[in-house]
Write a protein that binds this ligand. Structure first.
Ligand SMILES: *Cc1c(COP(=O)(O)O)cnc(C)c1O
Length: 482
């Protein structure tokens, strides 16, 4: 009862203040910065948005036959429990106790009110953010690395092969594999291997083997090196190498850190926690924002809230996926069947894509340089349940630096895309005198990205306009589906 009355008072005073001044000294909880849950509040089931999609996902197709893929087709590369989750339409899927026990290392993750940022912007909006950088590897990716390692372990798998671009996923899987006694072999995109030695050392510290990709260990790698011995590598190539290793060894499976349905399922824990925390704060978001590479942190923070939009309970909720202009799969891509990798080994997935041969420029947000997007996020975008926006690097880093100065945390360049969009929402609300409630996901910290901050702070960073011809050429690589 008391709580309810408190809420009403808050709303009234905010409205008045919005008319009078643009300051935000109004809400009752305006002094409260953190909204914390207890260990016992860690969600015990993941929310599967596949159960509620107004239009079901188009089935992934076998790359050879063009027919919808079966569980058996996937069994050389994934263990059965993950294949079941990939295809499941069950609304809630239990999180195993062993997985929750590992999550307790850093979950529940805090939700913050960005009061200092609000003040700096002089906005009438309220900005909240969920912080996923407190995981041991520094990003949300550990949320899926742990369950993936667990399900592989209980399925008798001995080794996991994977790719990594900037190194966030590789380090998350190295950690999780170590926790469950699995060997981990990582194909790291060669340019990143050379540019980011500390991510590599992190993986090695947790016991993983790391190769600069393309390598001479796989047929795909050999083929690419024969064509171009100096190939800098790409995520698409590294995926092909890791898949090949998994296919060839019955004791090895493949693991992917984004894009797939089961990855988005695991990341739903972000939004489930955030929903409880927003209740504690006495607010419900008007707009939810996250950066979008393969779609897992965006899908993760939005899923539980989108359920309310789909059911009609929160029809006006907006969700904004933010991508780099250098790799604009949602804003400039095409909704079509495409391969997930350069070597054409993965199933064909219906998604927003720039074409599997599209190679994005070497921007600093390595985690957002993927030609495609997840089937789920693509489906939501096609169904107009979500929006998308793209930014250049410079405004993104400007936002990242302002955030570091006001809120303290130095964000990953990927996450800074979400910050930029959140700031622009807050400024738009200020212009319109609106009390908008903004929630964004801070997917990771930027402690291993200081070279990119140096490039920004010393004025060396440039924005390169994406040549339209690159998109046209990339889209030419889309396979023809019979
Ligand atoms: C990998 C990564 C991303 C992009 O991946 P999604 O699957 O789109 O979430 C974003 N932020 C950070 C910190 C990452 O490591």
């Amino acid at each position: 009862m008391k709580k309810k009355m408190g809420k009403k008072v808050v709303k009234k005073s905010v409205k008045k203040a919005a008319v009078k001044t643009l300051n935000i000294k109004t809400s009752k909880n305006s002094g409260q910065v953190k909204f914390l849950l207890q260990e016992k509040d860690i969600p015990t089931a993941w929310y599967n948005i596949q159960a509620d999609l107004p239009t079901p996902l188009d089935p992934p197709l076998h790359p050879g036959t063009g027919k919808p893929i079966t569980a058996e087709d996937l069994s050389p590369i994934f263990p059965m429990p993950l294949i079941e989750q990939e295809m499941s339409k069950k609304r809630w899927i239990d999180i195993p106790g062993e997985v929750i026990d590992k999550f307790k290392l850093w979950r529940p993750a805090p939700l913050f009110r960005a009061l200092s940022l609000e003040k700096a912007l002089g906005t009438t909006a309220k900005i909240y953010y969920k912080y996923e950088g407190g995981s041991p590897a520094g990003s949300h990716k550990v949320n899926t690395a742990i369950p993936q390692a667990y399900y592989n372990k209980i399925s008798g798998v001995k080794k996991l092969a994977t790719e990594t671009g900037a190194g966030q996923w590789g380090s998350s899987l190295a950690l999780a594999g170590g926790m469950f006694g699995l060997e981990v072999e990582v194909f790291m995109v060669k340019v990143s291997y050379e540019q980011k030695p500390y991510r590599k050392m992190m993986m090695q510290t947790w016991g993983a083997t790391v190769h600069p990709s393309p390598t001479n260990y796989t047929e795909v790698g050999k083929r690419i090196l024969a064509e171009d011995p100096n190939s800098p590598g790409s995520l698409g190539i590294a995926i092909s190498e890791a898949v090949e290793v998994a296919v060839k060894d019955p004791n090895t499976k493949y693991a992917l850190g984004s894009v797939l349905n089961h990855v988005l399922l695991h990341q739903s824990i972000i939004g489930l926690e955030a929903k409880k925390q927003m209740e504690m704060a006495g607010d419900y978001p008007d707009v939810i924002i996250a950066c979008n590479g393969g779609g897992s942190n965006f899908g993760g923070i939005t899923a539980a809230f989108l359920a309310d939009k789909i059911s009609g309970k929160k029809k006006n909720l907006r969700c904004v996926a933010v991508e780099p202009t250098a790799c604009p799969s949602l804003t400039k891509g095409k909704y079509a069947y495409d391969f997930g990798d350069t070597g054409q080994m993965t199933p064909l997935v219906k998604m927003y894509t720039l074409g599997h041969k599209f190679v994005p420029a070497g921007i600093h947000s390595g985690g957002l340089r993927y030609h495609g997007d997840s089937a789920i996020v693509s489906n939501l975008y096609e169904g107009k349940l979500i929006e998308a926006k793209a930014y250049d690097q410079l405004p993104v880093f400007e936002a990242g630096v302002l955030f570091a100065k006001t809120e303290g945390i130095i964000p990953a360049p990927e996450s800074a895309h979400a910050i930029r969009a959140a700031i622009d929402e807050a400024l738009d609300a200020k212009k319109k005198g609106e009390k908008r409630v903004i929630l964004f996901n801070l997917s990771g910290h930027g402690h291993f990205d200081m070279a990119s901050y140096e490039s920004y702070l010393t004025g060396k960073m440039k924005d390169v306009a994406l040549d339209n011809q690159c998109i046209v050429d990339g889209l030419k690589s889309l396979p023809v589906i019979k």
